[in-house]
Write a protein that binds this ligand. Structure first.
Ligand SMILES: C[S@@+](CC[C@H](N)C(=O)[O-])C[C@H]1O[C@@H](n2cnc3c(N)ncnc32)[C@H](O)[C@@H]1O
Length: 391
């Protein structure tokens, strides 16, 4: 869509900032030194109140109903979306820095007004597409840690654990763009645009994704947007759920006595239809790993049996693998779907199908040793200890 460029005298603009935390502070800094007639709403964090005092901005308790521009930075994607919708209903211009596609107004990131703790205006922006691994922070690569510590902005998904986010530069702005089932999520084009905007503003951006960014992670699409905008980027691979969970369940995916190949498959069936090549998936001598397959477990098992796999083929369902909340359920293609309701499995879950699953009996180590080796016994980790296997 073509945008109309208008310029306003900021002293006569009726502008409101919606949000009171770290994100709102970052937004407010974009307005510093502009003599903008800005009104801040709600219970502000102290740094924001101090900035408002310096700039002569008014802070009021109640939320806005009118105005010409609402800048929305609540720190919560769903809340940002609600305020953006209200602004559009009232025909008030709205800017949502975390999601350009919700905005009706674009404000370029101001590099010329950067505060001392913000990046040097002359520095070139750069995006590191970083894999955060499946959950255990100990599985981050050294380079991933380095990039997190250097980041100005971390744009992350739902699967990235709070323990990993805590390793990022404490000054870095954290933007959540992940999908939660019921809540609003930022559309992919919005994420792409956000990466482009931040990099063009001269910031060091870490785009942090669960597992490996190139395995069912849409990392390629995001890099294509950066390449089209001629921005500089790199990829820091991560341990994908399949390999992390293989290790933490003692299920070697290609033990040569049982499997000569392994296939990573999406269980997220398009339009709920079975458009996978079941014939080749049911071939012997291989291990299948299904990502995003919890909702279609029934169909997966049924189709594999119909296409020739024995009903007694072992199958593992792993919840929240490599974390202290990891739970492992082992069964057969025939019986696991029927037990699913009673298992009350919590996402994310990974499914492994093949004879290698039986090796867990002798090679499983995580449930017994984890607590001690990771120091979780001492209460360092907030979650309960890993549960015993469930069969
Ligand atoms: C959109 S895919 C992203 C995969 C990710 N890029 C990777 O390489 O692991 C999300 C799926 O990965 C799997 N997954 C990721 N982390 C997991 C974990 N800790 N435990 C179980 N499954 C996990 C689940 O199947 C989940 O639905």
């Amino acid at each position: 869509m073509e945008l109309l460029s208008l310029q306003f005298d900021p002293r006569h603009l009726d502008a409101h900032l919606i949000g009171a935390g770290q994100d709102a502070l970052m937004m407010a800094r974009q307005f510093q030194g502009l003599e903008l007639n800005l009104i801040l709403h709600g219970e502000m964090m102290p740094a924001l109140t101090a900035l408002a005092r310096e700039e002569g901005w008014r802070c009021v308790g109640e939320m806005p109903r009118t105005g010409q521009l609402w800048a929305v930075a609540t720190g919560c994607a769903a809340e940002d979306a609600r305020w953006a919708a209200r602004a559009r209903e009232r025909q008030i211009g709205v800017y949502v820095p975390s999601c350009p596609s919700l905005s009706t107004v674009r404000l370029p990131v101001r590099t010329q007004a950067l505060t001392p703790e913000a990046p040097n205006a002359l520095r070139r922006g750069h995006v590191s597409l970083v894999g955060a691994g499946p959950g255990d922070p100990g599985l981050l690569t050294l380079r991933a840690l380095e990039r997190l510590r250097e980041a100005d902005v971390v744009i992350h998904d739902r699967l990235v654990s709070p323990e990993i986010l805590a390793l990022a530069n404490p000054e870095a702005r954290r933007l959540y763009v992940g999908k939660a089932r019921s809540a609003h999520s930022v559309p992919q084009e919005g994420i792409n645009q956000s990466l482009v905007d931040w990099a063009q503003g001269g910031y060091q951006v870490v785009r942090l994704k669960g597992g490996d960014p190139f395995i069912f992670g849409r990392g390629g699409e995001e890099l294509q947007a950066l390449a089209a905008a001629k921005l500089s980027f790199e990829v820091v691979p991560g341990i994908t759920a399949a390999t992390g969970i293989s290790a933490y369940t003692g299920i070697p995916l290609t033990h040569r006595d049982h499997a000569q190949s392994v296939r990573f498959v999406t269980g997220h069936l398009r339009n709920g239809t079975c458009d996978l090549d079941w014939q080749t998936l049911a071939a012997p001598g291989q291990t299948l790993v299904f990502y995003m397959g919890l909702g279609t477990l029934d169909t997966l098992c049924d189709q594999l049996i119909q296409h020739g796999l024995s009903a007694s083929t072992p199958i593992a369902l792993v919840e929240q693998g490599t974390t202290a909340r990891q739970r492992l359920h082992i069964g057969t293609l025939d019986d696991l779907p029927a037990r699913l309701a009673e298992l009350e499995a919590a996402p994310p879950t990974l499914i492994i199908v093949g004879d290698v699953v039986n090796l867990h009996d002798t090679l499983g180590w995580f449930a017994t040793q984890t607590a001690k080796s990771l120091g979780w016994e001492s209460g360092k980790h907030p979650s309960p200890l890993p549960l015993a296997d469930s069969r």
